[in-house]
Design a protein around this ligand. Sequence first.
Ligand code: NAG
Ligand code: NAG
Ligand code: NAG
Ligand code: NAG
Ligand code: NAG
Ligand code: NAG
Ligand code: NAG
Ligand code: NAG
Length: 358
Amino acid sequence: MSKTPLILLLLLQLLLLLGSDASNAGQTINARCQDSCGGMPIPYPFGIGGGCFRPGFEMTCDGDQPFLVGGMKPTRVSRLFVETAEARVMLPIGWQCFNSSKEVNNSNTGDVEFNRDGVYRISYTHNHFVVLGCNTFGYTGSHRNQGVDDYDYSEGYYTGCLCYCNDTANVVSGACSGVGCCNIDIAPGLSDNTVSFDENYTRMISLDFSPCDYAFLVEKESYTFSTADLRMDVHRTMPVRLDWAIRDNPTCGEAKKNETQGGFACVSDNSDCLNSTNGPGYVCNCSMGYEGNPYVANGCKGKLYAMSMSVNVQTNTLAMASAGTIWVPTNASAPRVPTVLIPSKIPATQNFLSQHRL
Ligand SMILES: *[C@@H]1O[C@H](CO)[C@@H](O)[C@H](O)[C@H]1NC(C)=O
Ligand SMILES: *[C@@H]1O[C@H](CO)[C@@H](O)[C@H](O)[C@H]1NC(C)=O
Ligand SMILES: *[C@@H]1O[C@H](CO)[C@@H](O)[C@H](O)[C@H]1NC(C)=O
Ligand SMILES: *[C@@H]1O[C@H](CO)[C@@H](O)[C@H](O)[C@H]1NC(C)=O
Ligand SMILES: *[C@@H]1O[C@H](CO)[C@@H](O)[C@H](O)[C@H]1NC(C)=O
Ligand SMILES: *[C@@H]1O[C@H](CO)[C@@H](O)[C@H](O)[C@H]1NC(C)=O
Ligand SMILES: *[C@@H]1O[C@H](CO)[C@@H](O)[C@H](O)[C@H]1NC(C)=O
Ligand SMILES: *[C@@H]1O[C@H](CO)[C@@H](O)[C@H](O)[C@H]1NC(C)=O
């Protein structure tokens, strides 16, 4: 009869014990609010339905697709970022197409206006403006006066670029330097977009390889020119990054002093207020060492370092160890610190247990 194995493996799985705090819970303002749409998390200040969003941050979920509300028509969202105060949206392109008599017979300005409440600005760091065509001067106009239905650009901003190409031979995929494709940076503070083509410069070169001109805002890293795009589908949409902010007060200092409709937005313990870098207002961020959602109570969670290990009781040596990060509530006066019981016979194992805030 064999001896009972003297090796006892203790597996202390702290991550399993404490894993429940790593969920998305607490990202909405109220437990009854829908916390995702089509798999995309919807963190406060965004929200779907009355009482679930801060003014200006309303969303809808239509056929499992999330949309920003607050413009002429809903704008589809592909991702929301709380930490950097950004939203990634899919916007229509501007275009015009020619017919065989070299006249424009159909066009679209790619007009977008998602900003009734003024919380969004087009990110000037992540996006640029791209024009495609063979004898094309395309430009973007912005800063339209809010609330004016016709195209009133009295405070207008314009920028654009020219592109030229003679035939397909000199157009190169991957190169957007003026031949078939040009691009230009945009200014801070833009809150809407409409595309135009200069009617006196722009003309058609060939119905075969460039029957249309295109112009659009796009994330710099998300679009690479391809010669095939000189015939791109006019219904294509492009990913554009928006900066959002709490804009009911121009700075953190004023926001803390003034009572506004939604109140001061940085409500979580261990959060900081930062002035917006694109337009007036402010954004919130979890303080150093914390992550999560500063816009909800207790949204910023501290990082704890946890270890899981096996101990060989006979030799009193560590057999296996792994480490990970767990999330705990921020309330420093009532931390839910894990309690791990180590058999008293093996005091050496205590040395292996460590936990501390990062
Ligand atoms: C918030 O803090 C994180 C980490 O320090 C940083 O990456 C992020 O850019 C900050 N957000 C803003 C809006 O400054
Ligand atoms: C414009 O002209 C093109 C090329 O002749 C043609 O394919 C297209 O159907 C025309 N579109 C309209 C709206 O007339
Ligand atoms: C091209 O479009 C223009 C403007 O719509 C129109 O006047 C012209 O007759 C069209 N030419 C052809 C060949 O369809
Ligand atoms: C366009 O290409 C044709 C044939 O390749 C050439 O003869 C012509 O000079 C070119 N025009 C310009 C303006 O480069
Ligand atoms: C095009 O040229 C005409 C005549 O010179 C001028 O009246 C018109 O304003 C020009 N259009 C644009 C968009 O510059
Ligand atoms: C906020 O308070 C300051 C004075 O502290 C005042 O000048 C400003 O107009 C107020 N802003 C809002 C939006 O209430
Ligand atoms: C925000 O901007 C105001 C006015 O420029 C400045 O006084 C304040 O220090 C800034 N606050 C932060 C947190 O950067
Ligand atoms: C933090 O914990 C203390 C003690 O449990 C409690 O009195 C206090 O209300 C908590 N603060 C928050 C912001 O939850």
